[in-house]
Design a protein around this ligand. Sequence first.
Ligand SMILES: CC(=O)N[C@H]1[C@@H](OP(=O)(O)OP(=O)(O)OC[C@H]2O[C@@H](n3ccc(=O)[nH]c3=O)[C@H](O)[C@@H]2O)O[C@H](CO)[C@@H](O)[C@@H]1O
Ligand SMILES: C=C(OP(=O)(O)O)C(=O)O
Length: 419
Amino acid sequence: MEKLIIEGGQQLRGTVKISGFKNAAVAIIPATVLAGDTCVIDNLPQISDVKILADMLSSLGATVKELRPNTLEINTTAMKDCYADYELAKELRASYYLLGAALGRFKKAKVAYPGGCSIGSRPIDQHIKGFEALGAKVTIEHGIISVEAEKLVGAEIYLDVVSVGATINIMLAAVMAEGTTVIDNAAKEPHIVDMANFLNCMGADVKGAGTDVIKIKGVEKLGGCIHTVIPDQIEAGTYMIAAAAAGGNVLIDNVIPKHLEAITAKLKEMGVNVIENGESLRIISSGNLKNVSIKTLVYPGFPTDLQQPMSSLLTTAKGTGIVTETIFEGRFKHVDELKRMGANIKVEGRVAVIHGVKNLTGAKVVASDLRAGASLVVAGLMAKGETEIENVQYIDRGYDQLEQKLISLGAKVRREHRE
Ligand SMILES: CC(=O)N[C@H]1[C@@H](OP(=O)(O)OP(=O)(O)OC[C@H]2O[C@@H](n3ccc(=O)[nH]c3=O)[C@H](O)[C@@H]2O)O[C@H](CO)[C@@H](O)[C@@H]1O
Ligand SMILES: C=C(OP(=O)(O)O)C(=O)O
């Protein structure tokens, strides 16, 4: 069992380089199934979700080679079908992208119900609705989702809920369908655009990604390509929040500032100095901040994945902040842990009311999921004394070289193996 130990109270100074986007990488790796050829994916973050997916594709018959630490060459030519059982699929959310990709190429797939962060009920009805609209038969038995079609035919699909996963899965299934598919009320997150760029680079015809109407003209065949994953919006936002929380002067490098506008606006409202310069953002913070309210929304609104780290920042800001979580009903599991550290937070349903306290104090805490872990890291950086975070494996799902990056900024962080 591994723990992160953080000695709080150190200001952060220096430069941190942001890695490739987890949520784009974990969609693009399964999408290589569609190529039936060799794809080279660059700027992959070194996180456990990426390693698990690469191993998954190998076990399904693909050849996966690590060309460099952040670059995989994936050849899916030899794959004949796709059956990802419970042991494989339960490891992460993104295993469900194998459904769309294999349906698109083989017209069938079997994938066990996916895993991922436990932050709410996370239904997949919109994915199923999309596959069915394209002509697939979908059954769920004994925890296995089976999709099968004689042929896939383009359709108009209106999503009842704006869903990143359903938008991507339908795009994957539709790129080689006969005719045109229109996804209405599509998600607009940056990784939807990255996925569309990757699919187009393989020879697909996808237009409108980044707006709420995506049009996909089916093509007969796709092929290999070389693609560089976009910078991680959520990792960047986490370091922006960490710098604001600990105080200091940090250059967040290799970012797309447009993707970070919601978080930049909130930090500025709190009194943080955020300076944009090309592909970087400089965060200058005295640590004395005023509280704000946030409401999670689909892109370009405030991302739910940054709600938990942001809640930590609000715990010591002057005044009262209200956090409204509109996307996932179970995304307040970090709150009890923050209370152990002295935070004053009351949760009612989807709303957390945070009364700023003078300071947090280090404590033993447990990460319940990936971003809860990130929120405890932020809290640990600003707390007095030592914070010990258990369940580091959740944090490792999504943060590339977390402690090395924090140490390079002057934080006192170490990882310990304990029985
Ligand atoms: C691997 C990945 O990219 N994960 C991200 C993805 O998750 P994920 O793709 O699972 O999230 P969705 O965008 O699908 O979920 C958004 C909302 O739609 C609901 N819903 C979703 C699908 C469906 O068929 N029916 C339905 O009701 C969900 O319960 C949730 O309330 O987007 C979330 C929202 O930005 C992020 O927090 C996750 O980090
Ligand atoms: C919820 C997240 O991930 P996943 O959808 O992979 O569980 C996340 O990245 O915050």
